[in-house]
Design a protein around this ligand. Structure first.
Ligand code: 13P
Ligand code: SF4
Length: 308
């Protein structure tokens, strides 16, 4: 990246007392200027520990909202406030209320990829890296898992003693990765391992070599003796994989693996957002939640941090 731009970003971060948190799916240039890059869980954990007065969250809206819930006293903003995860909106409060009325012994488990409102009605949050552990630690037999059906079906396999109630939410990026893509990847890269995110459909997951969150995929490939990998997740993960493993080859499947919302975050809107901190213009991209919203959504998020 241009040296002058890099210096400008560093100067703004210091002057404005901003920490930049970024998800592995945002553009590689943005990951490079972030103070911390991680998967959803690592980012939520980090957000609960930062000391700066302001947070610039480079990811999608549910991530910025979680950071705000965990830091209500800080200003939390996003480079593009319209970067929103469609799956986050695929659960409804009505359906949660129906499930609560139907089952006595029920836990509402909400994947962090959900709106602040859904979190308010949930008992505990999970991410793809801790869902199995957190749900396994719950005493309730009935689990209403929202919004992602694919992650729910994946973890349900490990706990036959629980009764899962599924919700039909999905990530369009991962759902598009089919069994045909696995077959093509095997044909194109016979020596490679296929590493997939649990947001993929079960038919696809059944055929791959490893399943994990973005961070787990990165750690698995880094520790492996193998030299070639096909990644069934969003293309942004390749940036960190290639950085950590210059001697290994990473491929995508034969079609687009791109989350258009994650890609709304650019170096240009990062700079603009940094300039807006400590000015009235920050209102353009600031995450605003009422104290009662913060209070209600904090309980399931904090419970996740405790249980994982
Ligand atoms: P993780 O970062 O938990 O792997 O989640 C992936 C994702 O889809 C985030 O939007
Ligand atoms: Fe949502 Fe999928 Fe994009 Fe993640 S990759 S933000 S789950 S649409």
């Amino acid at each position: 990246m241009d040296k002058a731009l890099l210096e400008k970003i560093e100067k703004l971060k210091k002057e404005k007392d901003v920490v930049i948190l970024a998800h592995y799916y945002v553009d590689g240039q943005v990951q490079d200027i972030a103070d911390f890059v991680g998967d959803s869980f690592a980012l939520a954990k980090k957000a609960s520990q930062v000391t700066q007065a302001n947070i610039l969250f480079c990811g999608v809206k549910f991530m910025g909202e979680s950071a705000k819930v965990l830091n209500p006293e800080k200003t939390v903003a996003m480079p593009d406030i319209y970067a929103d995860c469609p799956m986050a909106h695929m659960a409804t409060v009505e359906k949660i209320k129906e499930a609560k009325a139907k089952y006595d012994d029920l836990a509402v488990v909400c994947y962090v990829n959900s709106t602040e409102e859904i979190k308010e009605y949930s008992d505990v949050c999970v991410t793809s890296s801790n869902a199995q552990k957190v749900v396994g630690n719950l005493k309730e037999k009935n689990i209403y898992f929202v919004p992602d059906e694919n992650l729910a079906r994946y973890i349900a396999k490990f706990m036959p003693e629980k009764n899962f109630i599924f919700n039909d939410g999905f990530c369009h990026v991962h759902k598009a990765l089919t069994v045909e893509d696995v077959a093509k990847a095997r044909e194109d890269h016979p020596d490679a391992l296929i590493l997939a995110h649990p947001e993929c459909v079960m038919a696809t997951l059944d055929l791959v070599d490893y399943i994990g969150s973005t961070k787990q995929i990165i750690e698995y490939a880094t520790a492996s003796d193998k030299k070639e990998f096909v990644i069934f997740s969003e293309m942004g993960v390749l940036h960190e994989l290639e950085k950590r493993n210059p001697d290994k080859k990473f491929y995508l499947s034969s079609h687009d693996q791109i989350c258009p919302n994650m890609k709304k975050v650019t170096i240009d809107n990062v700079v603009t957002a940094l300039e807006r901190f400590n000015t009235p213009d920050i209102a353009e991209t600031e995450i605003v939640l009422t104290p009662s919203q913060v209070e209600a959504a904090k309980t399931p998020l904090k419970r996740m941090l405790e249980l994982s």
